[in-house]
Design a protein around this ligand. Structure first.
Ligand code: NAD
Length: 468
């Protein structure tokens, strides 16, 4: 049983109220986390405020060194963090699971440490000199989800502290354990108060988004919660980075070999059991390739191992929580009711498991609820088309706009379709591949702003223009 504390001002906060965290593979209690109150949040914000002046006054290179020390710490505890993560999240230790996620956390930390925060000279001549400086915002509030909890916490924390802010992080109540341990480890190298960790219910998240002394909120989670945060951030005009839901479309063109693309298609959709914001969630296939693509995907799916993340060779685990399981189950049922044909998997009647079989559905139409709504689980609708312009129209006819993909060997056709997809990232012959140096974010209801790269780093700063 894991039992971690909240960390405020470098110290364990004494909170006796605790809540249970479940292992989704066994449905047993995996550990407990503190149920912080809004008063505890105030203490964390006060600690971050107190730490801010000294942290902001450090040189850029001093903060780079600290961030690299954080990366070293995570590296030393790579397997320990991965083990906690598999226990609470369910994803396998190997493959694209927990060891991979913690590896990503190290890579993102080092990349952000390597970036510069330059002073730009806008004008330097007879009319005078004008410089553009980047200043930290103050205290950043970070609110994270349960799908990639450690990696997403790193995406929030490192760019914020790298640029001189201090931070309070609130992980999802479904997966707080690995994040609390991560913050404990960070506090072994960082000055007290720079990174604080608070766990509790959604009301603590709501209090972060309304807090008078928080200057920016970075949030990754669902679109409805993002909309609430945007509303409650209005009073204090907080800076916001919102990474929200996606319902990414992939469009296959008629020149590809279905067998060749099947593995990348499968993992584009089913990475982390489909519980990935920028996973492929709707697949559009031309008439001429429809049956072959369905069959190749079905065959590939039959080779993938799903089970307890600690068992040897597992590639997928359970759905992380009951609420999400019920949502995926409902959408698959509604899809079948609206004429969808299950190619493999299907709805589940058993209330005593969170394992949901890999499900492929030949969707009867674009109105299928499994097509319209973000499923965020291991069920992919495959939609037949005869006119690529119609497929593109359907792909764009959705409030989300996170990622998209076009599957073709013809670069000119790729550029034509990709350029007209309404989404923040678009890939050719793969889906969802992100990296620390490429900005990532959604358009429409998938978010506001970007993370990663120089743009993501600078989103944690205010501009000050200096006229000399
Ligand atoms: P969620 O919105 O239910 O919860 C996310 C976090 O918000 C949790 O920490 C939760 O406690 C907190 N929260 C809940 N209510 C709040 C409120 N009123 N104010 C402030 N905080 C509140 O999302 P989830 O179910 O944990 O995550 C799944 C969703 O996240 C999916 O829609 C997925 O697409 C999205 N997601 C997006 C990205 C991206 O980068 N765009 C990445 C991962 C996940």
């Amino acid at each position: 049983m894991y039992s971690f504390n909240n960390i405020v001002n470098g110290q364990a906060l004494d909170i006796s109220d605790r809540f249970d965290v479940m292992n989704p593979s066994t449905l047993e209690t995996a550990g407990t986390a503190p149920l912080a109150s809004v008063a505890d949040l105030d203490a964390a914000v006060a600690a971050a405020e107190a730490a801010f002046p000294a942290w902001a006054a450090l040189s850029d290179s001093e903060r780079q060194t600290y961030c690299n020390q954080v990366a070293d710490k995570i590296e030393e505890h790579h397997e320990e963090l991965a083990t906690i993560l598999t226990t609470e999240q369910g994803k396998p230790m190997g493959g694209l699971g927990s060891m991979f996620e913690i590896g990503g956390a190290i890579a993102w930390t080092r990349y952000n440490a390597s970036l510069e925060v330059p002073v730009e000279v806008l004008q330097d001549g007879e009319a005078g000199r004008i410089e553009l400086h980047r200043k930290p915002i103050g205290v950043v509030g970070s609110i994270t989800p349960w799908n990639w909890p450690v990696l997403i916490a790193i995406w929030h924390i490192i760019p914020a502290i790298r640029t001189g802010n201090t931070l309070v992080c609130k992980p999802s109540p479904f997966t707080p354990l690995a994040t609390l341990r991560l913050i404990e480890l960070m506090n072994e190298v960082l000055p007290a108060g720079v990174v604080n960790g608070i766990t509790g219910d959604n009301d603590v998240g709501a209090a972060i988004s309304a807090h008078d002394n928080i200057g920016k909120v970075v949030f990754t989670g669902s679109t409805p919660t993002g909309q609430k945060i945007m509303g409650s951030a209005a009073d204090t005009l907080k800076r916001l980075t919102l990474e929200l839901g996606g319902n990414d479309a992939g469009i296959i063109l008629d020149d590809v070999d279905p067998k060749e693309i099947a593995p990348a298609l499968f993992w584009g959709a089913f990475i982390n059991n489909g519980q990935t914001c920028a996973a492929l969630k709707r697949l559009y296939v031309p008439d001429s390739l429809y049956d072959a693509v369905c069959e190749e995907l079905r065959q590939f799916a039959s080779t993938v191992k799903m089970g307890d993340g600690f068992a040897e060779g597992m590639e997928l685990g359970p759905i992380q929580n009951r609420m999400q399981f019920d949502k995926v189950n409902r959408l698959v049922r509604e899809s079948v009711a609206s004429g969808g044909q299950v190619l493999c998997g299907g709805p589940v009647d058993d209330d005593n498991t969170l394992f949901f079989p890999i499900t492929l559905v030949a969707a009867a139409s674009g109105d299928d609820p499994l097509v319209q709504e973000e499923q965020f689980g291991p069920a992919l609708p495959i939609i037949r088309y005869s006119d690529v312009e119609d497929a593109l129209r359907q792909a764009n006819d959705n409030p989300n706009g996170l990622g998209g993909s076009v599957w073709t060997n013809d670069e000119a056709r790729f550029r034509d379709i990709a350029g007209r997809m309404e989404c923040g990232s678009v890939w050719r012959n793969k889906h969802g591949a992100i990296q620390p140096d490429a900005p990532f974010g959604g358009v429409k209801c998938s978010g506001v702003g970007v993370e990663f790269g120089q743009e993501g780093l600078l989103a944690n700063t205010n501009i000050q223009v200096v006229y000399l």
